[in-house]
Design a protein around this ligand. Structure first.
Ligand SMILES: Nc1ncnc2c1ncn2[C@@H]1O[C@H](COP(=O)(O)OP(=O)(O)OP(=O)(O)O)[C@@H](O)[C@H]1O
Ligand SMILES: [Mg+2]
Length: 236
């Protein structure tokens, strides 16, 4: 595992580090990923409370969105009336929102030492536009490199659960957005793409069995929170 405590100002993640910022003594970037209704938003609050109780200054944000411009782009992406949107246009809009998000919100917060928790990030592009829509991941990599220049989350929590359970949970919320209207096969591909990414980057990913009851999911999160508090220098 490449995560280390930062009490003595060490870099957090030594391999594959970004070249856009110095990590020493700066905020950590944590992303939450998973399919529809996996419990990202619900558990984000649990994570936020635990980290804030430990005195960590936090910024909570989401993708697509997070900035005024990004939220406008989110509106375009999720609007079910935009039926003619091409796969490439969808992907470019995702990265346009992300570029603004990194520039305006995420990077300035991290530079100040504020931790950032983001509900979805680039892994979602690999899962939805790559796995779901079938965009070649090598084309996504080009945009990732272009927009992020190596910038990556320090830790990514993947909420994994069977597609039908997630859709049932999400469906109970009411109106479906442009993605939620996709077929089950689409979400199976999304799930597999996420699992594949987690398998290939075990240093960054922590996978949670999100099909369990909320209490059990949060017990799994407690282990990850313990790890994060160690990184922050607040652990035992
Ligand atoms: N472990 C759980 N067991 C049962 N219900 C859950 C669990 N986790 C979350 N839920 C419920 O499932 C619904 C979807 O959860 P939530 O909105 O957190 O998912 P999400 O991953 O943010 O979804 P989306 O990707 O659509 O934003 C909510 O009504 C939430 O209360
Ligand atoms: Mg959510």
């Amino acid at each position: 595992m490449q995560l280390r405590p930062s009490k003595d100002g060490e870099a957090v993640r030594l391999a594959g580090r970004d070249c856009m910022r110095e990590t020493t003594g700066k905020g950590r970037f944590i992303t939450l990923e998973g399919g529809e209704g996996a419990g990202k938003s619900t558990n984000l609050e649990y994570l936020r409370n635990a980290l804030e109780r430990a005195g960590i200054e936090l910024l909570v944000t989401r993708e697509p969105g997070g900035t005024l411009l990004g939220e406008k782009i989110r509106g375009l992406l999720l609007d079910p009336d935009n039926t003619a949107m091409s796969d490439d246009a969808e992907m470019l809009l995702m990265f346009a929102a992300r570029a603004q998000h990194i520039h305006q919100l995420i990077m300035p917060a991290l530079e100040q030492g504020t931790w950032v928790i983001c509900d979805r990030f680039t892994d979602a592009t690999y899962a939805y536009q790559g796995g779901g829509r079938g965009v070649d991941p090598r084309r996504i990599e080009v945009l990732e490199q272009w927009a992020q220049r190596g910038f990556q989350p320090d830790l990514t929590i993947l909420f994994d659960l069977p597609v039908e359970i997630g859709l049932q949970r999400a469906g109970a919320r009411g109106d479906l957005d442009r993605f939620e209207r996709e077929q089950t096969a689409f979400f199976e591909r999304v799930r597999n793409a996420y699992l594949d990414r987690a398998k290939h980057d075990p240093a960054r990913f922590r996978t949670v069995d999100a099909g369990q009851d909320l209490i059990q999911v949060q017990q799994q999160l407690d282990t990850i929170i313990g790890e994060l508090l160690m990184i922050a220098g607040c652990g035992d």
